[in-house]
Design a protein around this ligand. Structure first.
Ligand code: SOE
Length: 391
C-alpha cells in the first residue's frame, strides 16, 4: 500500500473523467509505485452536478470555489481540468499554496500566461505536469525508443495531422459547457491550441525543437450563437490550421489540423522519415506502430530489396513500453490508458526526483510554437519560435 497522495480535482467534463479514471486505476496496474492517489475532493461551480460526479467517481467531498480547494490542508496535488482561460489563475494560487499541479493541455491561453505559470511553480518548487497524453500511447513511446536506438538515422521529414469534424454544423453554438473550445476567450485559439498542440508536443518529443514555422489558418463559420450571452457573436477561433516548419536537427515538418474533415473523428497521425528507416502511427489504430527498416541497426546491413517493406508492430508485448502492466500479448489497450501512464510517470518522477515530462517548462515550449504558428498565420511569413536546443 503506497503513501496516499490526495487529489483535488477542478472540473468534471470530459477531461475530469479521463483524469479521475487514471488516478483511480494507477495503483492497481502499477502497484510498485510509492504513492497511492486518493480522490479527495472535487470542485465545480454547480454544486448539484459536482456532487453527482463526485458520487460516481468516489470523491467524498465537494467544493464549489476552487480558491478553497487549492488551500485545503488535505489536498496534496491540484488537477486543473477547466477551460484554458482559468489555468493560469488556478495554477498560480495552487503554487502559492505549495501544491503539486497537474494541468490539462494546453498549458495556458498564451506564452505570457505560460511563463507566469512556469515562474510561479519554480518559485514554489512544486512538481508540475501537463497532460499531453499521446506521448504515452505505447506505440508512440515505442517510436521514441526506436529513434533513441538510432534506427531511423538522419531525420528528413516529419508530418502530422489531427483531423476532426464535430464543429461543421452552423448551428453548433460557441461558449459554455462542452463548447467553450469554440469560444476564443475561453480557449485562446481553435485547432492550434486544442489539437495541433498535441501534435507539436509529440513532434518535439520525438524529433526535437521546432525552430521556425510558416502557417495559414481559416475560420469557416464566422459567427455562432454564444451559449452564455444568448447572442450571435463573431467566431474568434481557427477552424483549420496548416503549417510548415523546420526542426533544430535540420529536418522539415508539415502539420495539418481541422475540425472540418468530414468523416474524421480523432485522426491524429504522425510520420517520421529518416535515412535508415521510417515510422508511422495513427490514433484510429493505436495499438500499431508501422516501421520501415532500410538498414538494420544490429548488423549495419541494408535490408535485401526483395524483403523490404513496412512492418506492422502490434504493440502489445510485455517488452513494449508500459505493456507489462496490462494484459497478455495480443490484448490491446486504448485511449484511457495513456492517462494512466501519465499518472504513473508523474508518480515515478516524484520518487526518483527526475520530474516526469512534459512539466510546465516543457509544455511552455509547445505553447511557444503554437503562438508562433498563430502569429505566422496573421503576418503571412516565417516566424522564429525562439526554441533552439533540448529543454
Ligand atoms: C477536442 O475535441 C478534443 O477533445 C481535445 O480537446 C483533446 O485534447 C483531444 O485529445 C481530443 O479532442
Amino acid at each position: 500500500m503506497g503513501k496516499p497522495l490526495r487529489i483535488g480535482m477542478i472540473g468534471y467534463g470530459f477531461m475530469g473523467k479521463a483524469h479521475s479514471n487514471a488516478w483511480r486505476k494507477v495503483a492497481h496496474f502499477f502497484p510498485e509505485l510509492a504513492h497511492r492517489p486518493v480522490l479527495q475532493v472535487l470542485c465545480a461551480r454547480d454544486a448539484v452536478k459536482a456532487r453527482a460526479f463526485a458520487e460516481v467517481w468516489g470523491y467524498p467531498e465537494v467544493e464549489t470555489d476552487w480558491r478553497r480547494l487549492v488551500t485545503r490542508e488535505d489536498v496534496d496535488a491540484v488537477d486543473i481540468c477547466v477551460p484554458n482561460h482559468l489555468h493560469k489563475e488556478i495554477a498560480l494560487a495552487a503554487a502559492a499554496a505549495g501544491k503539486m499541479i497537474l494541468c490539462e493541455k494546453p498549458l495556458a491561453l498564451d506564452v505570457a500566461e505560460g511563463e507566469a505559470m512556469v515562474a510561479a511553480a519554480e518559485r514554489a518548487g512544486v512538481p508540475t505536469m501537463v497532460w499531453y497524453n499521446y506521448r504515452r500511447v505505447p506505440a508512440v513511446t515505442l517510436a521514441r525508443q526506436l529513434i533513441d536506438e538510432g534506427r531511423i538515422g538522419r531525420p528528413f521529414h516529419y508530418r502530422a495531422q489531427f483531423l476532426q469534424d464535430w464543429t461543421m454544423a452552423e448551428d453548433v453554438p460557441q461558449g459554455g459547457a462542452a463548447l467553450w473550445r469554440l469560444d476564443v476567450k475561453s480557449a485562446g485559439s481553435g485547432v492550434t491550441g486544442d489539437l495541433l498542440a498535441h501534435c507539436i508536443d509529440s513532434a518535439m518529443w520525438l524529433n526535437g525543437p521546432i525552430t521556425r514555422v510558416c502557417a495559414d489558418t481559416e475560420t469557416f463559420i464566422t459567427q455562432r450563437l454564444h451559449q452564455e450571452t444568448g447572442r450571435v457573436e463573431p467566431v474568434g477561433i481557427d477552424d483549420a490550421c496548416i503549417f510548415m516548419c523546420r526542426f533544430a536537427n535540420g529536418s522539415m515538418g508539415t502539420f495539418e489540423s481541422t475540425r472540418y474533415a468530414r468523416g474524421h473523428k480523432a485522426l491524429k497521425t504522425l510520420e517520421l522519415n529518416g535515412s535508415d528507416g521510417s515510422l508511422r502511427f495513427n490514433l484510429h489504430e493505436p495499438e500499431y506502430l508501422d516501421f520501415f527498416e532500410y538498414k538494420a541497426r544490429e548488423t549495419g546491413q541494408k535490408t535485401p530489396s526483395h524483403t523490404t517493406g513496412w512492418r506492422r508492430i502490434h504493440v502489445t508485448n510485455g517488452e513494449h513500453p508500459y505493456m507489462a502492466h496490462w494484459w497478455v500479448p495480443g490484448l490491446v489497450i486504448g485511449y484511457e490508458h495513456s492517462f494512466v501512464h501519465a499518472v504513473a510517470d508523474f508518480l515515478k518522477g516524484l520518487e526518483s526526483g527526475v520530474p516526469a515530462q512534459p512539466d510546465f517548462k516543457d509544455a511552455l515550449r509547445t505553447q511557444k510554437v503554437c503562438e508562433a504558428v498563430l502569429h505566422s498565420a496573421q503576418s503571412g511569413g516565417w516566424i522564429e519560435t525562439g526554441l533552439a536546443g533540448p529543454a
